[in-house]
Ligand binder design. Structure first.
Ligand code: DMJ
Length: 687
């Protein structure tokens, strides 16, 4: 009979201590097959005993090495150790659980303290105290630094270095002037003219001497953590920024570049001689008011808010028209407003529909509701072409809006400011139309996506149906593009300016149901691919100003200059954040490298007169620092840096903080209460 296991165990242990485990098998190898006949003679009892012994050996081998501690039998025979093990298990579980709850407690404490800090910041800000800190950088180091992979980090640093180069060049050659202009004018006559101007040869006051590049750059400097540069710019704003300007030179230059598509520096300077006054009100609002408000939201420094209010007061006379649609030009010193002759007296859609974000923001921060009322009135007038509206009757506004807004949501670029009617003109998502559509969506986001601003979203969705109806595809590469529309016919042309649309579509996609949302997102991706290829298909890898599309040949450059525009990298930033697809970062990096290669010079950055030849122009546009470099920087930063939950970018890339609606009074009055938390944490999710 097999021996009981207890009897076998000591024997087995002895065997194993006496001889190595290898020995029996070594012996077996030596003896080879000769041992088999002998084994065959072993009796049944012995065989049974052998089996038991083998089992015991197996069991014993697992209970002799470190594995024995895993054998329950080991502990069953050692109750003290079992008790000890149980005690250790209970203690470890308790310690782990306790640590977890401690972590939770700490987190909620940190969150509470953060809220408290925000509240104190608010109080200090209201008391006019400026804090020396950078919430963006602080936020980064605390939370997001781990999210930055080494490649992105390196790219971000390169973009920051580009910003420093652009900024230092501006400081060195054009400090306090509107834009840096390097002296590379083609003809002697022009040189003579320019030298006769009351301005530096290295700077130009294209906006009447408002320090446009400086004001436009404030938030970029801040976001990039360039504290000294920001402080120096801030001091200039406090001490030298003066809006009492009766200056007439450069708006025309800017306007002519954007709208007439004449790009002869000489002509521009000559024309300046004959052009009476004036600033483009819209450009000043998105650039100066937007820039100042953004700097205020980021830094909490009240000087920026005061300056924003000063210039807004000077701009308000432009809105004194019978329809509520503003004149697009105004003299800041005298308040005289009018429209330029080349529009035949009409106002421009984009210029008239791109102030709402800034003025609503200013209303919220100053507590003066009339400012935003006036501008909302203007926007809503577009929905009521030919119809008188009573702004106070909000419900009626929404009802009328739904009845009268064009069924395709597309408006021509010229509107008569007296009658409020649209003139026969082009429909486009490019020059002169673009940001009207952008602001419909963004006012809805700024308004926390509530019922109160629902009509903006509805208008935007209607317009996106219109946009979709303008989409065509190229052969052979299947590039999607947005046509322009003249009367009943489509023209196969798209401005690079319209490349903001992929970003806008991506930003608005999540407001739809899932199927439509996917459809809109796919359209955004396709359009972004087209815009990226605007860059990739030229010898310099920089995009021209506009493109034509031909059956069988995809696309060709129309107007071939590049003035450092931001729209494509803007869309890439939105698409990367909203899809998580790093391809968009790589595309942005390609574009950045092309700027570095073609546009960087010793004294800053300049555009190209021709993206085919690489011939340079002589202007560093202020939006290169305000928009292009900022969007590139954010493209390589974690999405929580200027998060979409907390901020909305104006059309000049100035982030404005989204103010939560706190109470019914704000709803009822139609405007949000003027409470701003410049250092606030994430807002609650909107409705
Ligand atoms: C910027 O000045 C603004 O973004 C505007 O809305 C249109 N685009 C230019 C830069 O290209």
């Amino acid at each position: 009979a097999p021996l009981p296991e207890t009897d076998l165990r000591p024997k087995q242990r002895r065997t194993e201590t006496h001889s190595t485990r290898a020995r029996p098998s070594a012996r077996a190898n030596r003896r080879g097959p000769r041992r088999r006949p002998r084994r065959a003679r072993i009796s049944g009892d012995l065989l049974a005993g052998g089996k038991a012994a083998a089992m015991a050996r197996r069991s014993s081998s697992s209970s002799s090495g470190p594995w024995r501690y895993l054998n329950p039998a080991y502990y069953l025979k050692r109750p003290k150790r079992l008790a000890l093990l149980f005690f250790v298990f209970v203690a470890a579980t308790f310690a782990f659980w306790d640590r977890q709850s401690l972590v939770r407690e700490y987190e909620s404490e940190i969150s509470r303290l953060d809220d408290e800090i925000n509240r104190l910041h608010d109080q200090l800000r209201k008391a006019g105290v400026h804090l020396e800190e950078n919430p963006i950088s602080d936020k980064m180091s605390r939370k997001d630094i781990v999210e930055i992979d080494p490649i992105n980090n390196e790219r971000r640093e390169k973009v920051k270095e580009a910003m420093l180069h652009a900024w230092n060049s501006y400081v060195k050659y054009a400090w306090g002037m509107d834009e840096l202009q390097v002296p590379e004018i083609p003809s002697d006559f022009c040189f003579a003219y320019i030298n006769s101007q009351p301005q530096s040869r290295n700077g130009v006051n294209s906006f009447g001497g408002l320090g446009a590049t400086l004001v436009d750059s404030l938030d970029t400097l801040y976001i990039m953590g360039l504290k000294d540069e920001f402080q120096k710019a801030r001091d200039w704003v406090a001490e030298s920024l003066d809006f009492d300007k009766d200056y007439d030179a450069s708006v025309f230059e800017t306007t002519i570049r954007l709208h007439y598509k004449v790009y002869l520096d000489c002509s521009i300077y000559l024309l300046n001689l004959f052009v009476p006054c004036c600033h483009s009100a819209a450009k000043l609002i998105v650039m100066v008011v937007g820039g100042l408000l953004s700097a205020y939201d980021l830094s909490g420094d009240k000087i920026f808010l005061d300056k924003a209010k000063d210039i807004t007061d000077r701009l308000l006379p432009a809105w004194e028209t019978t329809s509520g649609i503003p004149f697009n030009r105004i003299n800041l010193a005298h308040g005289r407003a009018h429209n330029p002759g080349w529009t035949n007296g009409d106002s421009i859609l984009a210029d008239s529909g791109t102030e709402q974000l800034e003025f609503i923001a200013l209303s919220q921060r100053t507590g003066i509701p009339s400012i935003s009322k006036r501008f909302c009135y203007c926007l809503l007038t577009f929905c009521y072409l030919n119809v008188q509206i009573n702004f106070g009757d909000a419900e009626n506004v929404i009802t009328q809006l739904q009845k009268i807004y064009p069924s395709d949501g597309l408006l021509p670029i010229y509107i008569n400011p007296h009658s409020g009617t649209a003139s026969y003109s082009t429909i486009t998502f490019g020059a002169m139309g673009d940001s009207f559509y952008e602001y419909l969506l963004k006012v809805w986001i700024q308004g926390n996506k509530t019922e109160h601003v629902k009509h903006y979203r509805q208008m935007w969705e209607t317009s996106m149906e219109g946009l979709t109806s303008l989409i065509r595809k190229t052969t052979p590469s299947n590039y999607h593009y947005i046509c322009e529309k003249n009367g009943g016919s489509l023209s196969d042309k798209m401005d690079e300016l319209a490349c903001f649309a992929p970003g806008m579509l991506a930003l608005g996609a999540s407001g739809y149901g899932s199927e439509k949302s996917e459809q809109i997102m796919n359209l955004a991706k396709e359009l972004a691919r087209t815009c990226y290829n605007f860059y990739q298909t030229t010898p310099t890898k920089l995009a021209g100003e506009n493109y034509f599309f031909h059956s069988g040949q995809d696309m060709s450059v129309g107007t071939s200059w590049n003035i450092l525009r931001p729209e494509t990298v803007e869309s890439l930033m939105y698409l990367w954040r909203l899809t998580g697809n790093k391809t968009y970062q790589d595309w942005g990096w390609d574009i950045f490298q092309a700027f570095e290669k073609n546009s960087r010079i010793e004294s800053g950055y300049v555009g190209l007169r021709d993206v085919n030849t690489g011939e340079k122009d002589n202007m560093m546009q202020s939006f290169f620092l305000a928009e292009t470099l900022k969007y590139l920087y954010l493209l390589f930063s974690p999405p929580s840096v200027i998060s979409f939950d907390e901020w909305v970018f104006n059309t000049e890339a100035h982030p404005l903080r989204i103010v939560p609606i706190h109470d019914n009074k704000a709803h009822a009055s139609g405007f949000q209460t003027p409470v701003v938390r410049p250092f606030g944490r994430k807002q609650g999710k909107p409705e």
